[in-house]
Design a protein around this ligand. Structure first.
Ligand SMILES: NC(=O)c1ccc[n+]([C@@H]2O[C@H](COP(=O)([O-])OP(=O)(O)OC[C@H]3O[C@@H](n4cnc5c(N)ncnc54)[C@H](O)[C@@H]3O)[C@@H](O)[C@H]2O)c1
Ligand SMILES: N[C@@H](CCO)C(=O)O
Ligand code: NA
Length: 427
């Protein structure tokens, strides 16, 4: 039997899938007994379909794919939560299995997508939505299910990891690093999703939902990006034996689940500190397995298409062999989301200030007023005439107290920036 595919989206990832199919289709048949045939291709670029020999099955209207009785499995690679949402939901309503790379959709409409899939007895797979080519969703849903997972922590945005690495190792400016990441095809169409932490937030929402068996939506995730990070922060962190990564963290506590994305200082000796460039890694702690780490390329045509086509083969195999007992929604519990204000950790905070007598003393007094204990304070030379950068590292403190301290310090006349750089420290 042949499993008939409808591909929607022929951009970076869709193009990568067509490449894999062209190169490996015969091996799929030989090794896995799965015969795949592309029967519809949809996008806004007919020339891509033409270049792969699919001009005769091309359409620019996704509806022609999701309603086509000849399509068994729809591959959604448009992205976003509007047209992609309708394409996925209509495909499921029409009894078609779906493979998608769309983290934004799964993190905002995961419940709806799974309900529809269950109602219509079809499978949904989304391995490419987190960590690109790294197998992480499938291991969490299968190989690790014997564990109670306490922590999932990931470098899951290739664009920002690439940018931070270039800024750290080569002293590149934020703008140069971003332009380079965009030119290499890592960044989202609107890169604010990358640099503001929303792409990583969607990914940790998906991972936390699976790891903790409890639905975590994008809106439950506290997200901060890297816009305020400068080469001064990277250098100061390094001097202290740390590096700075945009970390996505899902943590199961006695109070519920705490899910967040923010720049994070981690010791240079930590395995995650060695994850550089566009590479991603996800670190998972389970009660039986202990620590595990999954590493690989999180963005780009090949890695993302590798995950998509892996899902396509597995789902196609289920369709071909009539398997209907595949793993669907795993959110069987309803754990509370722990408010960010309750977080307790160490903090790095950098303020650019006027180089005048008494500034340090007035800042230190504010830390004391809120009961926040300072571990170290470093003053870094003049950035511009008459200004210095003051970096505080605290002992373990509570987020709500730190916010109060920062707001009060930022309002001082001698503090030059209303948004200081705040980096949580993970030891
Ligand atoms: N680029 C990556 O490295 C990467 C990695 C993992 C996951 N993803 C995810 O994969 C998905 C696709 O990303 P991409 O980078 O390939 O995007 P892209 O912008 O390169 O491609 C999008 C494709 O969708 C088509 N499209 C857009 N609107 C359409 C519409 N209304 N009707 C029909 N076709 C339409 C475009 O013509 C294009 O072919 C997204 O969900 C993204 O988050 C991307
Ligand atoms: N923009 C994303 C693509 C992969 O989802 C990243 O940089 O990781
Ligand atoms: Na993946």
């Amino acid at each position: 039997m042949t499993v008939r595919l409808g591909l929607i989206g022929t951009g970076t990832v869709g193009g990568g899938c067509l490449d894999i199919l062209r190169n490996h289709k015969d091996e799929f048949r030989r090794h896995y007994g799965v015969d795949l045939e592309v029967v519809r291709v949809c996008s806004r670029e007919p020339e891509v379909a033409r270049s792969f020999g699919f001009a005769d099955v091309f359409t620019s209207d996704y509806r022609e794919v999701v309603t086509d009785p000849n399509v068994d499995l729809v591959i959604e690679l448009i992205g976003g939560t509007t047209v992609a949402h309708d394409a996925v939901c209509e495909a499921l309503r029409n009894g078609k299995a779906v493979v998608t790379a769309n983290k934004a959709l799964m993190a905002t409409a995961g419940e709806e997508v799974f309900s529809l899939a269950e109602e219509h007895g079809v499978e949904v797979a989304f391995e490419a939505s987190v960590g690109g080519g790294i197998p992480i969703i499938d291991p969490l849903k299968h190989s690790l299910i014997a564990n109670r997972i306490s922590k999932v922590m990931g470098i899951v945005n290739g664009t920002t990891n690439y940018m931070l690495t270039r800024m750290d190792e080569e002293g590149a400016s934020y703008e140069e690093a971003l332009a380079d990441a965009q030119a290499r095809g890592f960044a989202e169409a609107d890169p604010s999703a990358d640099v503001d932490g929303l792409d990583a937030a969607a990914k940790i929402a998906i991972l936390s939902s699976i790891a903790f068996n409890s639905r975590v939506n994008l809106s439950d995730v506290h997200a901060e990006g890297i816009r305020n990070i400068t080469t001064t922060d990277l250098q100061t962190a390094r001097d202290m034996g740390y590096c700075v990564k945009l970390m996505a963290i899902g943590h199961r506590t006695d109070d519920g689940v705490d899910v967040r994305v923010h720049p994070t200082m981690i010791p240079l000796s930590h395995q995650m500190a060695k994850v550089n460039g566009v590479y991603n890694a996800i670190y998972v702690v389970g009660d039986a397995v202990g620590e595990t780490m999954f590493f690989g390329e999180g963005a780009g045509a090949g890695p993302a298409a590798s995950a998509v086509m892996g899902d396509v083969l597995e789902v196609a195999r289920h369709i071909e062999t009539g398997v209907t007992s595949f793993v669907g929604c795993t959110c069987t519990d309803s754990l509370p989301i722990v408010p960010m204000d309750d977080l307790e950790t160490k903090y790095y905070i950098r303020f650019p200030v006027a180089d005048r007598p008494g500034v340090l003393a007035s800042m230190a007094g504010i830390f004391a007023d809120f009961g926040v204990s300072i571990y170290s304070v470093v003053q870094r030379g003049q950035k511009e005439a008459g200004t210095v950068e003051v970096v505080y590292v605290t002992h373990v403190a509570r987020e709500r107290d730190i916010r109060a301290v920062v707001a009060k310090i930022a309002s001082l006349d001698d503090v030059l920036h209303s948004e200081p750089s705040i980096i949580r420290v993970e030891d």
